[in-house]
Design a protein around this ligand. Structure first.
Ligand code: PGA
Ligand code: ZN
Length: 404
């Protein structure tokens, strides 16, 4: 690949905040990649440099990026990592590094005449089990916590279709979303319904359980083959050794029982960040009590190999949430997925609450054969493009399997 030019500029994300877009011009084409941003960010995530400062930094390293003595994704990512030289990418910014890493991946895929997902598969051809079932869309249809202005402590109330066809899963998700809207308008009045950051509904729910039971009611009434999932993002309601829910203080043990009852009562199949981001022990206690329920680590592991290793050693979960911008390069992200799989953990690929129209994570989810893809509600364009891209990939692959 003959890299001719590379540029970085500022664009607005779905919250109207500044984020970065990188553009690579190579051979006879140019490609772009953008980075999202989180609101309930973990303290162990790669450093986010203020976008204007990141543009300045980029000006200082542009020349070196254009001197192409790197051939592979790994070479390029390692080059950025060594140029930064810090533990948490605070010198260049994880956001600048990631925008460049992803734009490089797109450029390289294109120069090799490959779909992005195929390029990613080929980076680690032996890691992913291609026989595994469909990647499930995880629709976050009710928003709480840091993502909405309501009383819900739990951040995400999700529905997860249990079907083996992605097209059916997505169309059911869209239909369910409209039915849920009608249902909530009937309960609370249309004027009291709004949307949270990930396009899920917000309403004056009295409690977390009320939100879950309403989801459950709409599922049952309409016979949807859906299960419920939760992202508690518990760091946001943890303070001084206790978790505060509905004005009441819970110890970690009491919170565990609270979850256990909800999981049992509503047949919940996945629970993310049930405890705050340092509590490996409570994660382990919950995991050991559950059977066939995914315990997903997000802020706990922050897509970071050392954090994941600790979580694996302590049995603090059985699935890791994968967010490219928590670690900052594609290569490091794939290494974390590999570590998870080698230890019989699942991987769930995720967007951030502040998103762009970039659909890179759909290709990533397909390539690594993720258990699920988390991209919010099936509603706003920045959420939908990821689900639609994954659908397009499945359609293409089904077609080519039929031809061969
Ligand atoms: P964030 O939330 O993007 O605001 O960090 C998403 C999540 O916690 O999974
Ligand atoms: Zn989360």
């Amino acid at each position: 690949m003959n890299v001719k030019d590379v540029n970085v500029k500022i664009i607005a994300d779905s919250r109207g905040e500044d984020t970065l877009e990188a553009e690579f011009t190579a051979d006879d084409f140019s490609v772009k990649a953008t980075v999202p941003s989180g609101k309930s960010k973990g303290v162990h995530e790669a450093y986010v440099l203020e976008p204007k400062k990141a543009i300045e930094k980029f000006g200082q390293i542009k020349k070196e990026i254009l001197s192409p003595d790197y051939q592979t994704q790994e070479d390029f990512d390692n080059f950025l990592i060594s140029l930064d030289g810090s533990e948490n990418k605070k010198n260049l910014g994880g956001n600048l590094i990631l925008a460049l890493s992803l734009a490089f991946a797109r450029a390289k895929a294109k120069s090799e005449g490959k779909e992005l997902y195929q390029y990613i598969i080929d980076l680690q051809p032996t890691t992913y089990n291609r026989q595994q079932k469909l990647t499930k869309p995880i629709f976050n249809v009710i928003n709480g916590g840091a993502h909405a202005k309501n009383k819900l402590e739990i951040q995400e109330f999700q529905v997860i279709p249990q079907v083996s066809d992605f097209a059916i899963a997505l169309s059911m998700g869209k239909e369910f979303y409209r039915k849920l809207q009608k249902f909530l308008e009937g309960k609370f009045g249309a004027q009291n319904i709004s949307l949270g950051d990930e396009a899920g509904f917000s309403a004056p729910f009295g409690s977390n359980e009320e939100a879950i039971s309403m989801l459950s009611e709409v599922i049952e009434k309409n016979n949807y083959p859906f299960k419920i999932g939760l992202d508690c993002a518990a760091t946001s309601f943890y303070k001084d050794g206790f978790y505060e829910i509905g004005g009441k203080k819970y110890s970690a043990d009491e919170l565990l029982n609270y979850y256990f009852e909800l999981i049992d009562r509503y047949g919940i199949i996945s629970i993310e960040d049930p405890f705050y981001e340092e509590d490996f022990k409570s994660f382990a206690a919950l995991t050991s009590k559950l059977h066939e329920v995914l315990v997903i680590t997000d802020d706990l592991t922050a897509t970071n190999p050392e954090r994941l290793q600790k979580a694996i050693n302590e049995k603090s979960g059985n699935a890791i949430l994968i967010k490219l911008n928590q670690i900052g390069t594609l290569t490091e992200t794939l290494n974390v997925v590999k570590m998870a799989y080698q230890n019989n953990w699942q991987a769930v690929v995720s967007h951030r609450s502040g998103e762009t129209l970039d659909d890179f994570i759909a290709d990533l989810a397909y390539a690594v054969n993720a258990w699920g893809l988390k991209s919010g509600a099936p509603a706003k364009p920045e959420r939908l493009v990821k689900y639609e891209r994954l659908l397009a990939i499945y359609n293409k692959e089904i077609l080519s399997a039929a031809i061969n």
